[in-house]
Design a protein around this ligand. Structure first.
Ligand code: PLI
Length: 461
């Protein structure tokens, strides 16, 4: 009997401070979402009960990080916290040089400005919104070289973040390596559903890039989550620590852009890290124009200290197991209710398959956007559209890109919500699923020029 009894695991922390949240009435939510133009980015957070919009900048910091905040050295130049952060990046990621930025897109901006010219192409394992925009603003074009399985919600491939080497070879052959400033490799690929790349695949990408003298820049935003999946799934890595796997990933790449607002467990911050001296010199010179001096780059000293401590916490096994475990818990509950989700369940959130959820809606009436509004109306749970609205328009044709993946991301902030919040979330989405046949699409009535998903406004059809 005792052999078969389930043994639960629990979060490796206890809660020291709480922030009250409030459930609203249906009438209040109807008014709030209409005023927000059916865009969850435009809701006031006080009108939200459980906020699963993003895992970006929404983590609960540890007592060690808060203690670090009190040790901020707010000197304009040469802050001691910069050197702590530099040491943490060198120790955990192994990159030689650090250029701090205010957040991830600051690093993407600097990198694109110093590497990319009009006519260049940047291959990558699926686009990310801000990353692709900075590549395009510098005159480059993003080319997707992820494996086809990544675009298939039902494929159970364990490493849907992998690069298709034939696709990458073709981009190199067709454009020539001199037109490729770098290959952009994301770990725990966000827009694929938080899906990992394997080390075997990354080694093959490295060999191909070496053969053509092309750099690899790593989007390290969620590298610890990727490392956890490698430990769980990739032969030969079960006994390695998360820190060892993270280091092995980084050692196969030439530098990284980082949004510290995710893995590194802080509310603001980011950096660019580079091994190449010349590129570092250019980055250090460019950061002073857009972000701040090269020893703070848009962050306060106290924030750099919190990032340095958070980086160490991000590779602790008990932390990452509980973090990914909570996502798995929510995803499994939703599967039990029959809700269609992207599989395998990813690292930072559960992604609902809006095409399967609302098959009656064409992509140009924005099914995922409509679904985010319905989930909010149902239970005050805020989620994010990751489909046709996020993907934007093709710059050449002006048409909606109509991506294969039309998703709602139910994103879990790190160390913030409990299992009970996950239960309420799953039950809320299940209620919406039960009445899915009556859900109608949306018409876009205001469309910003870039990154339209943040500020677009809609009306019900
Ligand atoms: O939001 P930033 O500027 O700190 O980072 C931009 C960024 C870069 N790469 C990846 C993979 C991201 O996920 C990312 C930001 N993601 C957000 C805001 C999100 O909600 O997923």
């Amino acid at each position: 009997m005792t052999e078969t009894r389930r043994r639960s695991w629990a979060e490796p922390y206890k809660i020291k401070m709480v922030e009250p949240i409030r459930m609203t009435t249906r009438a209040e939510r109807e008014q709030a979402i209409a005023e927000a133009g059916y865009n969850t980015f435009l809701l006031k957070s006080e009108d939200v009960y459980i906020d699963l919009l993003t895992d970006s900048g929404t983590s609960a910091m540890s007592d060690r990080q808060w203690a670090g905040m009190m040790l901020g050295d707010e000197s304009y130049a040469g802050s001691r916290n910069f050197y702590h952060l530099e040491a943490a990046v060198r120790e955990i990621y192994g990159y030689k040089h650090l250029v701090p930025t205010h957040q991830g897109r600051g690093a993407e901006h600097i990198l694109s400005q110093i590497t990319t010219k009009p006519g260049d192409v940047v291959p990558g394992n699926m686009y990310f919104t801000t990353t692709r925009l900075h590549q395009e603003l510098a005159g480059g074009a993003f080319v997707d070289v992820i494996i086809d399985e990544a675009h298939d919600p039902a494929s159970e491939h364990p490493f849907k973040g992998n690069v298709d080497l034939d696709k990458l070879q073709r981009v190199i052959d067709e454009n020539g390596p001199e037109k490729i400033p770098y290959v952009c490799i994301a770990t725990a690929v966000n827009m694929a559903g938080g899906q990992p790349i394997s080390l075997a695949n990354l080694k093959a990408v490295r060999a191909l890039c070496d053969a053509h003298g092309v750099r690899i820049i790593h989007d390290a935003t969620r590298v610890a989550e990727n490392a956890y999946f490698i430990k769980e799934r990739e032969p030969g890595y079960g006994d390695k620590s998360i820190a060892e796997i993270v280091r092995e990933i980084c050692d196969l790449t030439d530098g990284c852009t980082m949004s510290a607002k995710k893995d590194a467990l802080v509310n603001i911050g980011g950096f660019l890290a580079l091994n190449d001296e010349e590129l570092f010199d250019a980055a250090r010179n460019t950061v002073v124009v857009y972000e701040g001096l090269h020893t703070y780059g848009g962050m306060a000293g106290r924030d750099m200290e919190a990032v340095a401590i958070g980086l160490h916490e991000s590779v602790e096994y008990e932390h990452i197991k509980a973090r990914v475990g909570q996502v798995l818990y929510l995803g499994t509950k939703l599967q039990e209710f029959g809700v269609p989700i992207i599989v395998p369940i990813g690292g930072h959130g559960v992604f609902l398959d809006a095409k399967a959820f609302l098959p009656q809606l064409d992509q140009d009436v924005y099914p995922a956007q409509a679904l985010t509004a319905e989930i909010y109306l149902e239970g005050g749970v805020r989620t994010m559209e990751r489909g046709n609205v996020s993907s934007g328009r093709d710059p050449k044709t002006g048409e909606n890109r109509r991506p294969k993946l039309e998703m709602v991301r139910v994103t879990i902030p790190r160390r913030v919500y409990t299992q009970a919040h996950m239960d309420v979330t799953a039950e809320t989405i299940a209620e919406v699923y039960d009445r899915r046949a009556s859900i109608k699409g949306l018409r876009m009535v205001y469309e910003p020029k870039v990154l339209r998903f943040f500020q677009a406004m809609f009306e019900p059809l």
